[in-house]
Design a protein around this ligand. Structure first.
Ligand SMILES: [Zn+2]
Length: 493
C-alpha cells in the first residue's frame, strides 16, 4: 500500500514532522556516509550531519546547480554525487542499532541476502540524462530502489488522472534516455494499465503514430505539447474520429491556458467532446514528475507534490533567501528517499509564480502540498546586440507567451541572426508565423508586432508568414526530440 494515501490527509504540521525525521535519517544514514561530494562539502563547511534535524536546518547546506556537475577537466564529476557505500564506510558511519540489524540479517538469512539487499538499494542499474540545450548533458543514475520510486510517482500520477485499469494509454514521448518517456513507461507498468509506447514522431513518424492510435483507440495520450498538437492537427486533416480520447497528459514543456483551449477545440471538432488536459512537471535531477489533477481548461490545480519523497523550497534567485507559502521564486529540490545519484538543495533554474501551497486541493479535495504550474525558465534571457551601442537582455519566454496566446497563430518560430551574416554587425530578430485558417494576414501581422513590442520592448526586424508544411520542417516537429522554437543562428563563441 502506497503511504501517499494516508499522507494526503495529514496536517501541514504532521507533514513537517515527518519530513524533519526523514531528512535527518536520510542525511546521517545515506548522504553523508556514502556521497563523496556531500561528505567533502559538509567537512569543508564544518557542517555536522547530526545537526541537520529539521527543514529549517537545510539553510546551512549550500545550494548546488547544474554547474556543480560539469567540469571540463573531469567528465566523470557527476560520479561524486552517486552514493558509494562499502564495508568500511558502513562500519564507520552507521549507528550501532542499524549495524546490529544488518548483522542479524546476515546470521539468519546469510551474507548473500545482505549483499543482494545492498545491491538492490545502491547499485546503479539505469540512467537518464538532462536535456540541456546550453550545457552538456549530465547523467543521473538509478538503483532498483530509485526505480521503485519512479514506479511510485508514476502510479500516483495515474491515480491523479483517474485512469481506470481497463483504460488504454498511448505514450508518445520521444524514446530517449530522458525522464518523460521512462516515467510513463514505468508508471503504466506499475499501475497495471495497458500502454503502447511509440517513441514519438522521430521513431514511428506521424503517419505511424496515427495508425497506431486509430488501431488501439487509447483513452489517454501522453506526450510533448508541440507534438501532440501536431498529431491532433494531422488527425483533423484526415478527418479521423477521435471520440475515444478522454485525457491528454503533457510533459517536458510549459502548458498555457491558451494551448489547452486550442487543443480542446480541435479535439471537440473530431468528436472528443469531454477531454481533460493535464500538465506535468519533472526534471532529471528529481528522477520523478508531478502532475495536475482534473480541472477546467482555464484553471490549474498546480502539481501535487510527494512530501515523503522530496522537499521543495522556493527561494529568491538573487539572495537565496527562502520564501514563504504561496510566494514566487526559484524552485529548489532536495531528495528525501533517493539512492544512486543524490542532490540536496538543487537549484532548478525554474521560476514559479505562486510557489507552494498547503491544504485541501479545491479540485480533487486531496489534502496535499501543491506547486503552482506557472513555471518559466530563469535562463531564457539572451543578450541581443540590437543597436551598435549596447547589448540588451531580452527574455525570450515573453515572445513565447505572446505568440502562444494568440489564437490566430497556428505555429511560430523566432530566428535570431546577424545582419548581413556579418559576425560584427547587429543582431536581427525575425518572427516566422503560420496563421490559422481564415485569418486576415495583414491584420495579424500588425497585431503581432504590437503585442511583441508591448511585451518584450523588442521590435522584430521582419515578420514572415509561411505555409504549415514549411513551418513543420523549420521547427523539426517530426524529426527532433524537442522542436526548434527559437533558432539562434549567430556564430557561437
Ligand atoms: Zn487536486
Amino acid at each position: 500500500m502506497d503511504p501517499w494515501n494516508s499522507l494526503k490527509s495529514l496536517s501541514s504540521a504532521d507533514v513537517a514532522h515527518l519530513q524533519n525525521q526523514q531528512l535527518h535519517a536520510f542525511i546521517t544514514t545515506h548522504v553523508y556516509p556514502f556521497s563523496p561530494f556531500y561528505r567533502r562539502l559538509f567537512d569543508q563547511k564544518g557542517i555536522n550531519p547530526n545537526d541537520i534535524k529539521t527543514i529549517a536546518d537545510l539553510k546551512r547546506i549550500p545550494f548546488v546547480s547544474k554547474t556543480d556537475f560539469i567540469n571540463p577537466n573531469n567528465p566523470q564529476q557527476y560520479r561524486d554525487f552517486i552514493l558509494q557505500p562499502d564495508e568500511k564506510l558502513i562500519k564507520q558511519f552507521w549507528p550501532k542499532g542499524k549495524l546490529i540489524a544488518l548483522l542479524a540479517k546476515k546470521i539468519f538469512n546469510g551474507s548473500e541476502s545482505v549483499k543482494d539487499a545492498m545491491n538492490r538499494e545502491y547499485r546503479p542499474i539505469f540512467m537518464t540524462f538532462t536535456t540541456g540545450t546550453t550545457n552538456s548533458p549530465v547523467p543521473f543514475v538509478y538503483s532498483r530502489h530509485d526505480i521503485d520510486n519512479l514506479n511510485i510517482s508514476g502510479s500516483r500520477m495515474v491515480r491523479l488522472f483517474d485512469i481506470a485499469e481497463d483504460e488504454r494509454i498511448m505514450n508518445i514521448f520521444p524514446f530517449a534516455p530522458h525522464l518523460a518517456f521512462w516515467q510513463v513507461f514505468f508508471g503504466a507498468v506499475q499501475a497495471n494499465v495497458f500502454a503502447l509506447s511509440t517513441g514519438g514522431g522521430k521513431v514511428l513518424g506521424t503517419e505511424g503514430n496515427m495508425t497506431a492510435m486509430m488501431r488501439i483507440k487509447p483513452s489517454v495520450i501522453l506526450g510533448v505539447p508541440s507534438y501532440i498538437y501536431h498529431l491532433i492537427r494531422f488527425a483533423q486533416q484526415k478527418n479521423h474520429d477521435l471520440s475515444f480520447i478522454k485525457k491528454i497528459v503533457l510533459g517536458a514543456a510549459k502548458v498555457t491556458v491558451a494551448y489547452k483551449q486550442k487543443l480542446a477545440d480541435m479535439l471537440k471538432e473530431q468528436g472528443a467532446t469531454d477531454v481533460k488536459i493535464f500538465g506535468t512537471y519533472g526534471f532529471t535531477e528529481a528522477r520523478s514528475a508531478w502532475a495536475e489533477c482534473p480541472a477546467q481548461h482555464h484553471e490549474s490545480s498546480g502539481y501535487h507534490l510527494y512530501p515523503d519523497k522530496e522537499i521543495i523550497e522556493i527561494i529568491d534567485p538573487e539572495t537565496g533567501e527562502v520564501k514563504g507559502p504561496g510566494e514566487d521564486g526559484e524552485i529548489v529540490y532536495t531528495s528525501l528517499d533517493a539512492r544512486a545519484s543524490v542532490v540536496l538543495r538543487y537549484r532548478t533554474g525554474d521560476f514559479v509564480k505562486g510557489g507552494v501551497t498547503y491544504g485541501e486541493c479545491p479540485f480533487c479535495k486531496r489534502v496535499c502540498m501543491r506547486l503552482s504550474s506557472d513555471i518559466s525558465r530563469l535562463s531564457d534571457t539572451k543578450d541581443l546586440q540590437l543597436s551598435k551601442v549596447k547589448g540588451t537582455l531580452v527574455n525570450l519566454s515573453h515572445f513565447g507567451s505572446v505568440l502562444n496566446d494568440m489564437l490566430e497563430i497556428e505555429e511560430w518560430q523566432i530566428e535570431i541572426r546577424k545582419h548581413n551574416n556579418d559576425p560584427f554587425d547587429v543582431d536581427e530578430v525575425i518572427i516566422y508565423v503560420t496563421p490559422r485558417k481564415d485569418v486576415n494576414e495583414s491584420t495579424l501581422l500588425v497585431a503581432i508586432k504590437e503585442k511583441v513590442v508591448g511585451s518584450t520592448e523588442v521590435s522584430p526586424n521582419e515578420i514572415i508568414t509561411i505555409p504549415l508544411c514549411d513551418m513543420i520542417k523549420r521547427l523539426e516537429l517530426e524529426t527532433a526530440n524537442k522542436e526548434k522554437r527559437i533558432l539562434d543562428l549567430r556564430p557561437k563563441g
